[in-house]
Write a protein that binds this ligand. Sequence first.
Ligand code: TYD
Length: 134
Amino acid sequence: MLESVRIVDLPKILDERGNLSFLEGDRHIPFTIMRTYWIYDVPGGEQRGGHAFKEQEELIIALSGSLDVVVTDGKQEKRFSLNRSYYGLYVPHGIWRHMENFSTNSVALVLSSTTYNADDYIRDYNQYLQLTNG
Ligand code: TYD
């Protein structure tokens, strides 16, 4: 299940005036974008986003600075260090993830396949383990 979490390289238009990257839902990522949010001004040492989603798929991009995304399926754990704005981490539904190691002034952009729905969250890790591992 954890193999489905993967880095997605985005187009990079190099230009001496400054570089440009972009992405289109359903073309560069395997879902239609229904919502975008971003996490910023994270104090040193803080963690965000410790939960799983029942349905939501997402792409997380370190738009500025760097952060780590730690993902687990309850069996294995993987850490992805994001530090460039020309790739993102695709996280399908059903994966427990949290973000940490935010650098000063970092901005994490999250593209989501759903609008906000509090009922889509699994916030209790033990409940997550029960749901995924039976
Ligand atoms: P949450 O996703 O719980 O962040 P974290 O897991 O890092 O704590 O979101 C924090 C709060 O923001 C929560 O009260 C719900 C609210 N929120 C929205 O209203 N809309 C959104 O799109 C998101 C992502 C969060």
